[in-house]
Structures are given as structure tokens and as C-alpha cells.
Design a protein around this ligand. Structure first.
Ligand code: NDP
Ligand code: X2W
Length: 308
């Protein structure tokens, strides 16, 4: 029998991409609300409690409200794409390559990783765990995102104002992803984060510069790369590249992708390194990650991009 899925926020940027992917999946029946019903708390409550799976594609406050609308006695399992529960007790962090597929498969409440943290953690978490990079280093992270990363409001802004070439933001150094990056990597300090948006719909580059020569307890770049390659050997969505690309491009019309491409670049002496991740903020960074978790939770592990 098909399992039922309700996407709360199905007409938003993340929700729509999940909806489109699930429409072609016969193993799932979608619970849908009309435009008049989709923000009505009673209609949402009924759908949230009825569905086998609720995928929350909402702003943080609405995601917290959705969770509160689900009765304690309900069997509904939740995947929350928002920031609301990523560091909350009782929630599994939905990054199966980092927490293990079994933890996600058996979870009742899964918090989807943030888009920038997906790139940051994919690079740093395995290396810190393997003691090849220190926990107590003051890391920096620089990133550019496609404008769909800011949801409908940002899409509208960039598509109406065709004159924005680059948008630096997070200038008060209080970005909502800092706690998630610090906690999920097990770092002593939150990173210094400089995010930016470029006029491409989707895609992102996340970079961690490492002055290896000045770090007392960091491995050399070749060992960092080898460890990442070893760590992700069973992760079909992740590629740890050996080549040094001449350039890395984000294309304004890039197709959707669930891939996560990683590089460890360095100078000839191994004194300076740049850890780089390229992903689709709406793929592995949001909708693709939610589908990956759903596949594990719903008993379709062969579709989750992991050699199990
Ligand atoms: N976009 C991205 O790349 C990523 C997004 N996320 C997270 O996913 C979540 C959704 O983001 P995104 O899709 O980009 O945002 P959007 O703004 O594109 O979509 C949010 C949707 O939620 C709806 N909504 C708002 N409040 C309520 C409510 N009380 N009840 C029901 N529906 C409501 C909105 O309705 P309306 O259409 O009327 O405004 C909108 O359709 C956010 O928490 C975001 O942080 C995570 C990673 C990446
Ligand atoms: C380009 C842009 O605005 N990006 C958003 C992050 C994407 C997002 O909202 O998703 P999370 O749920 O992962 O936080 C931001 O910086 O707030």
C-alpha cells in the first residue's frame, strides 16, 4: 500500500521541487491542500496528523507551529527542511553520509541540514572526527549561493531587479547557520562566515581556507584529500576530486542536481589549502536531501544514493 506524504509549504521553492519529484513515485500518495486551505491551521492539522510523512517546507516559526499541530499520539514522521530543529533534542540531523543511514531510516523526526552547512560539514566533519584537523581552530567559510536559496522573496527580488551582480550579506556576523555548523562539526568556535548571493537560480560554492603551515595540528592537504575519499567511498552522491580544476563555475541555468563535489586544493608546498564544496542549494542542500531521508525512512534505501 502506498504511504501518504503531506508537504506543508508545497507551493514554496523547496516544497515545489519535492512535490515534482514525488509526483512520479507510485509508492507515495500525496495529501494536498487547496490554495484556500494551505495556510488554515485546522486543515494543516488534519493533513499533518493523517499523513505517514510530513515534509515541512516552511519558515522556521511555521515549522515549529506545524510540529505543535501534530498530536503526541500521532504516528506521523516528520522531515523539517527549516532551521528550526537542526540543533533540537529528539531530532536526527538528516545527513545520512555523516550520521549513518540507519539513524535516519529509523527516525521519527528528521531535521534537514542547511544548504551552506551541507557543504561546510561535508568537508570539515570527517576531517575533524579523524583528528586530521583541530576542533579548536577559528575556521572561516566563504560561500556564494544561487538566489533560490533565499526562497520566493529572493527569487522575486533577483528576477525583478536584473541589475544585482553580487550580494554580500550576513554582515552582522549572526547568520542562522553558525550554530549548526559549529555543533554538527563539534567545533570549539563557530566559523566566521561570509555568504553571498549571485544572479544564478541555483547552485553554491562553499569554501574553507586553511593556512595549514600556521596550524599546529593539521594534516597535510594530500592526507586530508585521501581521508575524504576514503570516508565517502560508499556515498554515491559525493565525489572527492583529485584533479585541480582551472576554474569552478556556477551557471545561471544549471539543471537540478543532488550531487556534492568536493576538492582539497593546495599550494605546491602544502602550506596553504582551500577546501571546496559545490552543490545545488535546492538539491543536496534542501529538496534532494529531504527526498534522500524520505527514501531511507520509507523503506526505499536503494534510492538514497548510498552503497549500503
Ligand atoms: N531555498 C533553499 O535553497 C533552501 C531552503 N531551506 C529552508 O526550507 C524552508 C522553506 O524555504 P523556501 O522553500 O526557500 O521558502 P519559500 O518562501 O519559497 O516557501 C515557503 C512557503 O511556506 C509558505 N508558508 C509560510 N507560512 C506558512 C504557514 N503558516 N502555513 C503554511 N504555509 C506557509 C509560504 O506561503 P506563500 O507562498 O503564501 O508565501 C511559501 O509557499 C525554509 O525554512 C528554508 O530556510 C533550506 C535549505 C535551502
Ligand atoms: C541565499 C540565502 O538567502 N540563503 C539563506 C539560506 C538558505 C535557507 O534559508 O535555508 P536554510 O534552511 O538552510 O537556512 C540564508 O542565507 O538565510
Amino acid at each position: 500500500m502506498a504511504q501518504t506524504v503531506f508537504i506543508d509549504g508545497a507551493v514554496g521553492t523547496t516544497g515545489l521541487e519535492i512535490l515534482e519529484r514525488l509526483e512520479g513515485r507510485p509508492e507515495f500518495d500525496l495529501v494536498r491542500l487547496s490554495d484556500a486551505e494551505r495556510k488554515d491551521a485546522e486543515c494543516r492539522k488534519t493533513a499533518l496528523n493523517y499523513a505517514d510523512f510530513a515534509i515541512l517546507c516552511l519558515p522556521d516559526d511555521a515549522a515549529r507551529e506545524a510540529v505543535a499541530l501534530i498530536d503526541d499520539s500521532s504516528d506521523t514522521r516528520i522531515i523539517d527542511a527549516s532551521t528550526a530543529h537542526r540543533n533540537a533534542p529528539g531530532w536526527i540531523y538528516g545527513f545520512p553520509e555523516l550520521v549513518g543511514p540507519k539513524a535516519v531510516a529509523g527516525a521519527k523526526r528528521v531535521a534537514n541540514p542547511g544548504c551552506y552547512p551541507t557543504g561546510f560539514l561535508a568537508l570539515i566533519a570527517p576531517l575533524v572526527r579523524a583528528d586530521l584537523l583541530p576542533r579548536d581552530w577559528p575556521y572561516s567559510v566563504h560561500a556564494v549561493s544561487g538566489y533560490s536559496g533565499g526562497g520566493k522573496a529572493m527569487v522575486e527580488r533577483f528576477e525583478q531587479d536584473g541589475d544585482i551582480a553580487f550580494r554580500a550579506y550576513g554582515l552582522s556576523l549572526e547568520h542562522k547557520h553558525l550554530a549548526e555548523m559549529q555543533r554538527q562539526a563539534g567545533l570549539t568556535y563557530p566559523p566566521v562566515f561570509s555568504p553571498a548571493v549571485v544572479p544564478a537560480f541555483r547552485g553554491m560554492l562553499v569554501e574553507i581556507p586553511l593556512p595549514i603551515g600556521a596550524m599546529r595540528s593539521a594534516a597535510n592537504p594530500e592526507d586530508l584529500r585521501s581521508e575524504l575519499a576514503r570516508y565517502y567511498v560508499n556515498a554515491e552522491l559525493v565525489t572527492v576530486h583529485e584533479d585541480v580544476p582551472e576554474e569552478l563555475l556556477l551557471r545561471s541555468d544549471a539543471p537540478a542536481s543532488d550531487r556534492l563535489d568536493l576538492w582539497v586544493l593546495s599550494d605546491a608546498a602544502g602550506n596553504a589549502s582551500r577546501l571546496l564544496a559545490r552543490l545545488d542549494n535546492l538539491g543536496k542542500g534542501a529538496s534532494g536531501a529531504a527526498i534522500q531521508s524520505l527514501n531511507l525512512m520509507a523503506g526505499c534505501p536503494e534510492l538514497a544514493g548510498l552503497k549500503l
